[in-house]
Structures are given as structure tokens and as C-alpha cells.
Design a protein around this ligand. Structure first.
Ligand code: NCD
Ligand code: ZN
Length: 366
């Protein structure tokens, strides 16, 4: 990918309202690897100062050395996509390790020294590339203790994988069965409940105290589960955890716009080749990185809460991670734009962004 394939900035319209925010961060992102990485990294870099990069590659990122090597590949892809001085050139990936039953506690020390900021817990089999995930949380208590000691955060994909539990109930059951006991065993660990999708999760986080936080995606703020079936099956609205009922969407909007520092932006932008989503067994993941800020702005505007967007997008996450807030800014304008139908993805494929071919009310100017 080259500079030209980054999305064009909107033409300023002096009459339309604008919104200036401290440069935001994306606290949950899938960048992939190789040619796919090169196709998407500029989209995130244009909008966000930093991003927490998920480690669910094939094979997963399970050592400090692998995280350092992945970070170098991301920086090389960025340098190919964004010219020095151009918006996004100073983007910083924040690296994570993928927890397995066998990640040794001493690797946590090496990870900390290598600049890794968090470890991701995927219950084995919960989602894309999670086969090597943790089969029983009690297997990793020593590693979690090392993380609390070193100040690494635990990022949780909070869904049970038990096939007897209804797909739509997997997050709520995870809280009762796993998260509450985990929180009790490790009271000093910072935990981010990733991409929450239910009122139960929003309530749990609100009541769990200042060392527990949650990320919320733009698509879970904007859509309920009807979006997956509107006029026919719509694979580009299928992600994990799956979209839930309207009452849950409303609870997420209330949490995101509440001003609570426990809730912050994490897109969970998860690109897949379009042909593997439009498939008999389609992959889970929504590609939102192209216009993530515009999507969040719509959701906050619909809730009458644009004044809360900067805290959610630019302050709360950095504060929770114990990192400085970004110094730059982004400006959005209330000027409509049309989302492209598709974008190149790797050598052969294409990726379809969420809302492909449809209109967004806001556009990023810089
Ligand atoms: C993610 C992916 O494709 O890597 N998919 C998704 O639906 N969110 C994995 C994940 O975060 O669950
Ligand atoms: Zn994810």
C-alpha cells in the first residue's frame, strides 16, 4: 500500500460545525501481519496516536521477543504507508502478549523490559485464532501475579466457550463464572474487560472499583443484533462478542457517555478478507479502522453527548494505562462522506469497511 491509498481528507466546509479533540488512542485493535498489515496500518495511524495491538496472529505473540519483532514489522509497514511529517507518521503501537496455559511468569519481566504493556486473555476457542488460549484461569495465577507486580494490564475477552451456553449469554455467564473469582484472586491487577456488549458487563465494571475498566467498540454503540439480519444475512456486521439486543446497546451508550473514567475507546477493528466473511462459515470481525472516529462521533451525537467524547476517546484510556495523554489534536467536521465499497487487503483480497457504500455524518479533517 502506498500513501495514495489512505482515505482522502474531507474538503473543509467553513459553515459546518467542527469538533476538536486531543488526539485519541485505540485501546483494542487487530492489525494483522504481512501484506494485510501494510494495507490497514495507515487508517489507524491517521486517526489515533497509539493503539493496543492484539496478539492473535498465527502463531500468536507469546514471547517478549515475538512482540518486539511484531512491533518492528508494524513500524516498517507504517514507514511504507505514511510519509515522514504526514498525519500518522508518529503513530505508536503498544504491544501485548497472548496468554496461554504455559506462559512462564519470568517472561512477564522480559516483556515489561521490552515495552509490552499488557497481556490478552482469550479463553481457548472463544474467537478468531484463540485455539492456544487459556483453558482454565487457575492455570495462570502465577503469571497473573507477575503481571500485577510488573504493572502489566490484563485484557480479557470475556466470553465462556461452553457450547451449552447460548451465544448471546456468553459474556454475562463469563462475569459470574470467571471474572468475579479472578478479580477476588488478584485484587491488585488492572483488568480491562474488552469490547463489552451487555448491560451486565457495563454494570459489573461500574461497580468493580478503579482497577477495572472496559473498552467499547463503535459498532456496539451504533447497532443491535437486528443489524446482522436486516433484509438478509449481513456478514460484515458479524463480530465476537456478537451484537446484542437494543437494551444492551443502550446500556453501552449510557456507560460510554457517562463521563466515567472506567470506559474508553477500543475499536476492535478486525479486518478479514471479504470473501472469508461472505462465506458459508464467515469470519467474525468488523473493519472500522477507516472511519472509527466518525462512527463514535455519530454514536455520541445521537446520545446528545458530544461533550463526553474527548474523555472517552482521548483521556480515560491513557489515564487507566498510566501513560501520558497525547499532545496533538484531531478535528472532525459535520460534513457527510461516503464510505468506500471496499479497500485493498493484502496482495489479492479486499476488505469491506463497516457501512461500506453508505454515508457518515462526520469527517476527519486532518
Ligand atoms: C477478532 C479477530 O478477527 O481477530 N474478531 C472479532 O470478531 N472481534 C477477534 C476478537 O477480538 O474476538
Ligand atoms: Zn478483538
Amino acid at each position: 500500500m502506498n500513501v495514495a491509498s489512505a482515505p482522502p481528507s474531507a474538503t473543509p466546509d467553513t459553515a459546518a460545525p467542527t469538533l476538536r479533540l486531543s488526539r485519541p488512542d485505540d485501546w483494542h485493535l487487530h492489525l494483522r501481519d504481512g501484506a494485510a498489515l501494510a494495507s490497514v496500518v495507515a487508517h489507524t495511524a491517521r486517526q489515533f496516536g497509539r493503539a493496543i495491538v492484539m496478539p492473535n496472529l498465527k502463531p500468536p505473540v507469546t514471547t517478549a521477543a515475538a512482540a518486539v519483532a511484531y512491533r518492528q514489522r508494524i513500524m516498517a509497514a507504517l514507514a511504507q504507508s505514511v510519509a515522514p511529517g504526514q498525519s500518522g507518521a508518529d503513530f505508536q503501537p503498544l504491544m501485548t502478549l497472548y496468554l496461554t496455559d504455559r506462559l512462564p511468569p519470568d517472561e512477564i519481566r522480559r516483556a515489561k523490559d521490552a515495552g509490552v504493556v499488557a497481556c490478552k486473555l482469550y479463553p481457548a476457542g472463544a474467537t478468531t485464532n484463540s485455539d492456544a488460549g487459556v483453558t482454565d484461569l487457575r492455570h495462570i495465577d502465577a503469571t497473573l501475579e507477575a503481571m500485577a507486580r510488573e504493572g502489566l494490564l490484563l485484557l480479557v475477552h470475556g466470553e465462556v466457550t461452553d457450547s451449552e451456553i447460548d451465544l448471546f449469554d456468553r459474556e454475562a455467564v463469563f462475569i459470574e463464572r470467571h471474572l468475579i473469582p479472578l478479580r477476588q484472586r488478584h485484587p491488585g491487577l488492572k483488568i480491562v474487560f474488552e469490547h463489552i456488549t451487555t448491560k451486565e458487563a457495563a454494570q459489573y465494571v461500574t461497580e468493580a472499583g478503579p482497577l477495572t475498566a472496559a473498552t467499547i467498540t463503535a459498532h456496539h454503540l451504533l447497532y443491535n443484533r437486528n443489524a446482522i439480519f436486516l433484509g438478509g444475512i449481513r456478514p460484515h456486521y458479524y463480530c465476537l462478542p456478537v451484537l446484542k439486543r437494543e437494551e444492551h446497546r443502550r446500556a453501552l451508550v449510557a456507560a460510554a457517555t457517562s463521563g466515567s473514567p472506567q470506559f474508553f475507546l477500543g475499536t476492535d477493528s478486525a479486518p478479514h478478507p471479504a470473501h472469508l466473511k461472505e462465506h458459508a462459515s464467515g469470519c467474525a470481525g468488523c473493519y472500522t479502522a477507516l472511519n472509527a472516529l466518525e462512527l463514535y462521533t455519530e454514536a455520541f451525537e445521537d446520545a446528545g453527548a458530544l461533550h463526553q467524547l474527548e474523555g472517552f476517546a482521548s483521556h480515560h484510556g491513557a489515564d487507566f494505562y498510566g501513560l501520558p495523554r497525547n499532545s496533538g489534536h484531531v478535528t472532525l467536521q459535520r460534513t457527510a462522506q461516503t464510505v468506500p465499497d471496499s479497500l485493498p487487503f493484502g496482495a489479492q483480497a479486499e476488505v469491506k469497511p463497516l457501512r461500506a457504500g453508505e454515508t457518515l455524518r462526520w469527517s476527519q479533517l486532518n
